[in-house]
Design a protein around this ligand. Structure first.
Ligand code: HEM
Length: 509
């Protein structure tokens, strides 16, 4: 018996070894074939530049997404440029962008940061700038469960309601006290939005804070400057060593001093706000907040990582939603017929009552206004640069390991082959007239796609949607004389260069 079972064990072992070797060989030949397929593909077309500096001089206008879009008309949807000694592959069509973000994600999931961003993100300690690793998965899960996912957003509903009530009453006060005088929309909306960002982070709005490390008391506007404005400015600060990494041993003292100063002031203010909040824990004003959530759910994080992760929610809340809402109101004020149609749609849905978040699914025209604004003014025109850590392919071209990849969302949304009259702001293009479906609303890819898709898309859609709806329901908007010309944007983002100045008239109902 024992002999026969020995034989059958041996036979089993031999057969399974054959099966294993057979499949292993198949696997090897399959991956070799795949690798050879990738490397026999043509190289990405190159935009001609100069020796040593490459295309740097052609990018000096500081709006690379616009230059990249112009080049795509000459060199096609995918091309490569030289920024000093580093090469950058630029993607300008929805097909190539989706391929990079979804199909080839596993080869292109890491981030490439500039020297400024390496300091300001504390070496990739933010969700948005981390590589796709265990740290990223942990902190993204915390962000969704604690703040930005559907359930967390339900719990934060009162913050959004307060935001729109405060903005509305400030605008009514302006219309009453200074009728026919233009109102600075940004000043009001930005202040309230920053208040929501602080409430989400620390459970309360903050009017001022004593910052021990700096020895000063800062007002809310000064806190905004340190945590948001200076950081946005720092994020686009250029260090020439980014383009010539082999010269990184040469000091660039003025750049380093500027970035370090911004970074240290930001950490000092965050530490003061965190200490202030921790003192309150257990007291009667103990509102749920992201800081407490993070501290209880992710005990392996360092103090500095917690400060950066909480700060991340503040800067992300305070910026892109403002950019979208301000451009939407600008376009509505410029197009009275669109404004009237939107106002009627809202009236049909809520009669004399105030427009509410629950009604957002019943107003397709408002959705069209929101998505058309995201298309024309993509708030994140370039997705943070990705890095191919292994050989891959995009658009039928070979992309070697080590390539840096820029996804030009603005370029995708200005593509004449995909969008009729892309320069026009035209919400009707999203209406269901047999041509577009609801899923087409996400054709803009304004929130990215795939595993790194924007974590704040729900919050941004709710806040901007309700704000646009209520502001049009309550006021008639007109542009101040000359305002139509103010369409320039600020630096690398699509923030309006000059704040929107509009004349508002409260509607009678
Ligand atoms: C209209 C508003 C917004 C737009 C257009 C937008 C757009 C984007 C884009 C294009 C990305 C990059 C996706 C990628 O790398 O593939 C992104 C990532 C991200 N966004 Fe947003 N965003 C908006 C609002 C927000 C808000 C309000 C928050 C948070 C409060 C937020 C949090 C994030 C985070 C955490 C990521 C990183 C996700 C990851 O890497 O897994 N965003 N966003």
């Amino acid at each position: 018996m024992a002999f026969f079972s020995m034989i059958s064990i041996l036979l089993g072992f031999v057969i399974s070894s054959f099966i294993f070797i057979f499949f292993f060989k198949k696997l090897l030949s399959f991956s070799r074939k795949n690798m050879s397929e990738v490397s026999t593909l043509p190289s990405v077309p190159v935009v001609p530049g100069f020796p040593v500096i490459g295309n740097l001089l052609q990018l000096k206008e500081k709006k690379p997404h616009k230059t990249f879009t112009r080049w795509s008309e000459i060199y096609g949807p995918i091309y490569s440029i030289k920024m000093g000694s580093s090469s950058l592959i630029v993607l300008n069509s929805t097909e190539t962008a989706k391929e990079a973000m979804v199909t080839r994600f596993s080869s292109i999931s890491t981030r490439k940061l500039s020297n400024a961003l390496t300091v300001l993100t504390c070496d990739k300690s933010m969700v948005a700038t981390s590589d796709y690793d265990d740290f990223h998965k942990l902190v993204k899960r915390c962000l969704l469960n604690g703040l930005l996912g559907a359930n967390a957003q339900k719990r934060k509903r009162h913050y959004r309601d307060a935001l729109i009530e405060n903005v509305s009453s400030k605008l009514h006060a302006h219309a009453r006290d200074h009728p026919q005088e233009p109102v600075n929309f940004r000043a009001i909306f930005e202040h309230e939005l920053f208040g929501v960002a602080l409430k989400q982070a620390f459970g309360k709005d903050v009017e001022s804070i004593y910052v021990k490390e700096l020895g000063v008391t800062l007002s809310k506007d000064e806190i905004f400057k340190v945590l948001v404005h200076d950081m946005m400015e720092g994020a686009i600060d250029v260090d020439w060593r980014d383009f010539f990494p082999y010269l990184k041993w040469i000091p660039n003292k003025s750049f380093e001093a500027r970035i370090q100063q911004k970074h240290k002031r930001r950490l000092a203010v965050m530490n003061a706000l965190i200490q202030d909040r921790l003192k309150q824990n257990g007291s009667e004003s103990d509102d749920d907040c992201y800081l407490n959530f993070l501290m209880s759910e992710a005990k392996t994080l360092t103090k500095e990582q917690i400060a950066i992760l909480v700060w991340e929610t503040i800067i992300e809340t305070a910026d892109t939603t403002l950019v979208t809402t301000e451009w939407a109101i600008y376009e509505l004020a410029k197009h009275p017929s669109v404004q009237d149609r939107l106002c009627k749609e809202i009236q049909n849905v809520c009669g004399g009552e105030k427009f509410k978040e629950e009604q957002l699914s019943q107003v397709p025209y408002l959705n069209g206004v929101f998505h058309e604004t995201l298309r024309k003014y993509s708030p994140a025109p370039l997705v943070p640069i990705r890095y191919a850590h292994e050989d891959t392919q995009i658009g039928g071209y070979h992309v070697p390991a080590g390539s840096e990849i820029a996804i030009n969302i603005y370029g995708c949304n200005m593509d004449k082959k995909r969008w009729e009259r892309p320069e026009d702001w035209w919400p009707e293009r999203f209406l269901d007239d047999g041509k577009y479906e609801t899923s087409d609303l996400h054709k803009t890819m304004a929130f990215g796609a795939g595993k790194r898709v924007c974590a704040g898309a729900l919050q941004a859609s709710l806040m901007a949607g309700i704000a646009i709806g209520r502001l049009v329901q309550e006021f008639e908007w007109k542009l101040r004389d000359g305002e139509e010309e103010n369409v320039d944007t600020y630096g690398l983002t699509s923030q309006k260069l000059y704040p929107l100045m509009a004349i508002i008239n409260p509607r009678r109902s």
